[in-house]
Design a protein around this ligand. Structure first.
Ligand SMILES: Nc1ncnc2c1ncn2[C@@H]1O[C@H](COP(=O)(O)OP(=O)(O)O)[C@@H](O)[C@H]1O
Ligand SMILES: [Mg+2]
Length: 238
């Protein structure tokens, strides 16, 4: 079972190739290959899942930033909020930093994502719903992670502010819809985490589906560790 290979994003191709050599890996290697590149979000959006609107910039594409507003720039292969920044494009200094952030990513050959900053994360936060053995287990609130331009992260991930949360019915419904849209279905998943932030009209939007190496926040809900253990032993006979 994959747990915390949080430096994989720097060596993603090697990681995916290694995963394919592991017998009975959970989650399966094909899932890891699909889920370690956030372009899966475009597939889920095409399947009808409400996803944060995203513009994709591939190396070689012309870079045109919106005239104003707050925007997020991040790489398609990433984890731990590394290489992720928030820019107010009305501010000329932010605009210059945003352009150099995009240039740094695409010059390194990385597909880059541009998204509107969802301001609800500053107050309501992000809701992460954890599924263990195919069933909803628990949820947490994660505080906002981005306070401005990307100035680099020390280590493999940025510190997070986590508290337990009871998800709304709308969040449960979107998370179920996300899992139902996973190629091959969700039955083969030992664990899954669906990260949602309210959009402009308050309804939940998918920011990330974590099927590779999610923090499972087992300490934030009674019985979660036992549910994971039961899910693991349940796979052993297969
Ligand atoms: N469009 C967005 N609006 C607001 N906050 C965002 C947005 N995209 C990312 N973030 C913030 O940045 C964090 C990291 O982004 P995410 O897409 O989850 O990538 P990863 O966790 O793989 O680094 C999120 O937890 C969230 O706090
Ligand atoms: Mg995330």
């Amino acid at each position: 079972m994959l747990r915390s290979p949080w430096d994989y994003s720097r060596r993603r191709d090697e990681f995916v190739a290694w995963a394919a050599t592991v017998p009975a890996l959970a989650n399966p290697a094909a899932t890891v290959a699909w889920n370690t590149d956030k372009r899966y979000l475009a597939e889920l959006a095409a399947a009808g899942v409400p996803v944060v609107p995203t513009t994709w910039l591939s190396p070689g594409d012309p870079v045109e930033l919106p005239a104003d507003g707050e925007w997020v720039i991040k790489p398609a292969v990433s984890a731990g909020s590394v290489d992720t920044g928030r820019y107010n494009l009305t501010d000329p200094s932010h605009r210059a930093l945003a352009l150099s952030h995009v240039a740094r990513l695409v010059e390194a050959g990385r597909v880059t994502m541009l998204q509107p900053y969802l301001p609800a994360v500053d107050t309501y936060g992000e809701t992460a719903l954890l599924y263990l053995g195919g069933r909803y287990s628990h949820a947490i609130r994660k505080g906002p992670m981005l306070d401005g331009p990307d100035l680099g992260v020390e280590g493999l991930y940025k510190e997070e502010a986590i508290t337990p949360r009871t998800p709304t019915d709308a969040e449960r419904a979107v998370a179920d819809a996300v899992l139902a849209a996973v190629p091959g279905g969700a039955d083969h998943l030992l664990y899954a985490r669906v990260d949602l932030i309210p959009g402009p009209d308050g309804s939940p939007l998918l920011v990330e589906l974590e099927l590779t190496e999610p923090s499972l926040f087992l300490g934030y809900a009674d019985g979660a560790a036992d549910r994971l253990a039961t899910a693991i032993t349940g796979t052993l006979g297969r």
